[in-house]
Design a protein around this ligand. Structure first.
Ligand SMILES: [Zn+2]
Length: 106
């Protein structure tokens, strides 16, 4: 993913609507690209509303917020990969049953 593509991911990423594969590529990109990371930080800040400030009397820590946003996405990624692996093995299992059936072994 290049910077132009990464920049189009920032909004959906913060909305949580970024497709998992894209979000994964985006996370990889911001790890190595300070410029895009900064854009994500800015996007994160823009989303802070007055309500957020009221809910956090201790103020807020942008680094912590960014960690939370990234952690949340990583968890989503893991769930996605597990679901993908599960689906893959289900299909493999089904294919196995079909092969056995076709060979008259079931
Ligand atoms: Zn970049």
């Amino acid at each position: 993913m290049d910077c132009n593509e990464a920049k189009t991911c920032i909004r959906p990423f913060l909305d949580g609507t970024c497709p998992p594969l894209k979000a994964g590529a985006f996370l990889k990109h911001i790890k190595t690209c300070p410029s895009c990371y900064e854009e994500l930080e800015t996007g994160c800040l823009i989303r802070m509303t007055d309500k957020d400030f009221q809910d956090r009397p201790e103020g807020y820590d942008l680094n912590k917020m960014m960690d939370a946003v990234i952690e949340k996405e990583k968890k989503k990624q893991n769930t996605f990969i597990s679901a993908l692996a599960f689906g893959f093995f289900m299909i493999l299992g089904l294919a196995g049953v079909v092969v056995l059936y076709l060979n008259g072994l079931l």
